[in-house]
Design a protein around this ligand. Structure first.
Ligand code: SAM
Length: 278
């Protein structure tokens, strides 16, 4: 399992990422001492539909002033949004040292360092006491997780009684195949896309209660088609996902779009409540 974590760290490793983002902000002629959270939105939400979908998901539950854990937080865009828009105290964990370093730097840059905290950690061994968070949030992470039961058990463990679990993820259909590379994996060795029914079964076993399930595939297809139109007209943006995904960004996103169009993969979000123990 250690070897898998190393592979995943390498997959997401982007040396000098924070400094590169600062350089690009400069190229956009933004004043570094006056950067806003919104200025980072093109680069710091590493999932299909970016900042738009995070705000949509967050608006589906009462989040104000809660303690939130963002599992697989990347460079922290969604964590900062939850802290800023909903006054949440957010802790983000991610396997990648470089992402955690960048997440901390960016929070400081936009003045959200007191409401966000980022810790390098494995989602399968969360470094928190039982019942530490009111909400656990995860976006586009389980496709790198082989041990699904452990992943969701850890989420359940760190939630308070009646805490809320909210996810937005990519799943494969029953017979679904993935064409590589994709943003989370260059090949099958680090890709573990689950099916939605497998996740539902696990969450039921863990005594979660389903509150809402939303198929996000159509919106994902529209978003990606629009993105390709923009890329055709304007070329790669100065501060876009290409900063994190490198030279193969287009190929990776095309493979997601084709997978969604051919119904090999689906995008789904949902909300579950942890049941209180009587
Ligand atoms: C596609 S990115 C999504 C980042 C972030 N959730 C977002 O939406 O902006 C997936 C992230 O999951 C992290 N990840 C994968 N496996 C992990 C694990 N076992 N523990 C913690 N983080 C993990 C990766 O390092 C990466 O940052």
């Amino acid at each position: 399992m250690e070897a898998l974590h190393t592979l995943i760290e390498i997959q997401y490793h982007t040396p000098g990422l924070y400094e590169d983002i600062l350089k690009r902000l400069g190229e956009l002629e933004l004043n570094i001492s006056n950067v806003s959270r919104e200025d980072l939105a093109g680069v710091d939400e590493l999932h299909v539909r970016g900042a738009e979908v995070s705000l949509e998901l967050a608006s589906e539950i009462m989040l104000d002033d809660l303690r939130v854990l963002d599992v697989g937080c990347g460079i922290g865009g969604p964590s900062r949004m939850l802290a800023d828009e909903f006054n949440c105290q957010v802790t983000g964990v991610d396997l990648s040292h470089e992402y955690i370093r960048t997440a901390k730097g960016l929070s400081e840059l936009v003045g959200l360092q007191d409401k966000t905290d980022f810790i390098q950690s494995n989602a399968l061994e969360l470094p928190f006491e039982n019942g530490s968070f009111d909400v656990v949030w995860t976006q586009h992470v389980q496709m790198n997780i082989h041990h699904k039961l452990k992943f969701y058990s850890e989420i359940e463990r760190v939630l308070t009684e009646q805490g809320t679990f909210i996810y937005y993820d990519i799943f494969r259909t029953e017979s679904g195949k993935v064409n590589y590379p994709v943003p989370w994996a260059d090949d099958a060795s680090m890709s573990f896309l689950g099916t939605t029914s497998n996740m539902d079964d696990i969450l039921e076993r863990l005594c979660f209660k389903n509150i809402l399930t939303t198929d996000q595939s159509y919106k994902g297809i529209t978003f990606l088609q629009d993105l390709f139109e923009k890329l055709k007209m304007n070329g790669p943006p100065t501060l876009g996902l290409n900063v994190l995904m490198g030279a193969s960004t287009r190929e990776k996103l095309v493979n997601i779009l084709l997978g969604l169009e051919e119904e090999q993969i689906v995008l789904q979000s949902g909300i579950y409540k942890k049941r209180a123990i009587n």
